[in-house]
Design a binder for this molecule. Structure first.
Ligand code: HSE
Length: 440
């Protein structure tokens, strides 16, 4: 059988990785897929550079639409990124009857419903393994490997940049700004790192996982997203003293009233495997009712790790593209007419436990007053740590840090009590609150 023909839009880091992996492993890939997979054409604005990478045997153009219009192309790989031109090109490729492979989490988390519907109507597949956690086959695991399970929750370190920064902050006791500059110098963080450090990239990824796990439409607009920019080195230290590491987690959970969907820094017990995932690595924990806890670990970014996922999608499509469209694996794991309208809950309705740090006047009755207000609201305390005033503010200091770990409570209930606690004259600075996930 003649090889399946692929058109690659964008020959950057992941695009060139895809080209090299396909070429290097072409024989094994052919044996797995049942026919060869060849990159027949590439679109990139820098034609000369792209031609230098792929050699003279592959057609390179600067206009992606030439590839979409080429009837000999079976699969379009979109590696441009963003919501603008990438969205138009993906929809045009679908309309032209081509399967699409994309690593574009932002596009799918925001416009996934429209894109998957268009693909479903046209009988083509949009595959996106590379969009979440790079080389880790987490989409495949959730959508297919765990299909027997009622999934209860997913929690993941799904942004390598922020995990690298947090690891460095903990290892070296440095503040966020200092480590960010170093990460940029070393090439771990982008020149404009906003999407990573503000939690948006992780928000896109957990939105996709949430849909796959619970059969709900993609709803990034309902996700709560908080990054790591306000995290202080002292909270990382205190957490460590209490037996926790701080990680930026994407969390989605099925609860009685709906679905939790959130990204924020979280205290995780140091004894959990995921708490020990360091540097730019990614890891995802999935809890299913039948299988129990499963953990997936690997590189979440980079040229060939991400290409590994792109090529896996190419093989999947090659195997399946002659199959009846109605009987292929559904995009979001559940059949499109069987999606659920379970609501994504507002943050006030989530239930979790908390790390609270209060800068207080070091005088009698302060701790009692604070814990009294928490008790009145029915919030149970798990642990309290009070630092020596001298240690916190230097010799002769009259201020100290009071750290409280709570048991599970509704976020809305905690908000109300913290407003009262913040108003106490003995509470001297804005209260720091970090959510805590036991992941048990
Ligand atoms: N910028 C992402 C990260 C990789 O740092 O993990 C692509 O989503």
């Amino acid at each position: 059988m003649k090889p399946i023909r692929v058109g690659l839009l964008g020959l950057g880091t992941v695009g060139s990785g895809t080209f090299h992996v396909l070429r290097r492993n072409q024989e094994e890939i052919r044996r797995r897929a049942g026919r060869g997979i060849e990159i027949a054409a590439v679109a990139d604005l820098d034609v000369a550079r792209a031609q230098g990478i792929v050699g003279e045997g592959v057609k390179v153009v600067d206009d992606a639409r030439q590839i979409i219009a080429d009837p000999s192309i079976d699969i379009v790989v979109e590696l441009i990124g963003g919501y603008g031109v990438a969205k138009a090109l993906v929809l045009e490729a679908i309309a032209a009857g081509k399967h699409v492979v994309t690593a574009n989490k932002a596009l799918l988390a925001v416009h996934g419903t429209e894109i998957f519907e268009a693909a479903h109507r046209r009988g083509v597949t949009v595959a996106f393994e590379a969009a979440v956690a790079g080389g880790i086959p987490i989409i495949k695991a959730v959508r297919e490997g765990l299909t027997a399970n009622s999934i209860q929750w997913i929690a993941g370190i799904i942004n390598g940049t922020t995990n690298f920064i947090l690891s460095e902050m903990r290892d070296k006791g440095l503040d966020f700004d200092v480590v960010l500059k170093e990460a940029q110098r070393l090439g771990y963080a982008e020149a404009d790192p906003t999407f990573d450090i503000e939690g948006v990239d992780a928000g896109h990824k957990i939105t996709l996982l949430s849909s796959l796990a619970f059969g709900i439409p993609v709803q990034f607009d309902k996700a709560y997203v908080e990054g790591i920019t306000k995290l202080g080195a002292q909270d990382i230290r205190y957490a460590e003293q209490l037996g926790y590491r701080i990680k930026l987690l994407g969390i989605t959970k099925r609860v009685e009233k709906g679905i939790e969907l959130r990204v924020h820094p979280s205290l995780v017990p140091t004894k959990r495997l995921i708490a020990n995932v360091e540097g730019a690595m990614n890891a995802v924990v999935v809890q299913g009712d039948a299988v129990g806890t499963t953990l997936y670990y690997g590189k979440g970014a980079g040229s060939e790790p991400t290409a590994s996922a792109v090529v896996a999608d190419l093989v999947d499509i090659t195997r399946l593209h002659t199959a009846d469209a109605a009987h292929r694996v559904p995009h979001l794991a559940f059949q499109p007419d069987a999606l659920s309208d379970l609501p994504v809950l507002p943050l006030a309705d989530i239930a979790t436990s908390y790390y609270l740090r209060l800068r207080v006047a070091d005088q009698a009755g302060v701790l009692a007053k604070v814990t009294g207000l928490l008790a009145e609201a029915g919030i149970s305390i798990d642990a309290v740590l009070q630092r020596e005033a001298d240690e916190v503010g230097g010799e002769g200091s009259t201020q100290t840090d009071l750290i409280i770990l709570t048991h599970d409570t509704r976020e809305g209930t905690l908000d109300a009590v913290l407003a009262q606690v913040q108003a106490l004259p003995t509470v001297l600075a804005p209260i720091v609150r970090i959510r805590k996930e036991e992941l048990a």
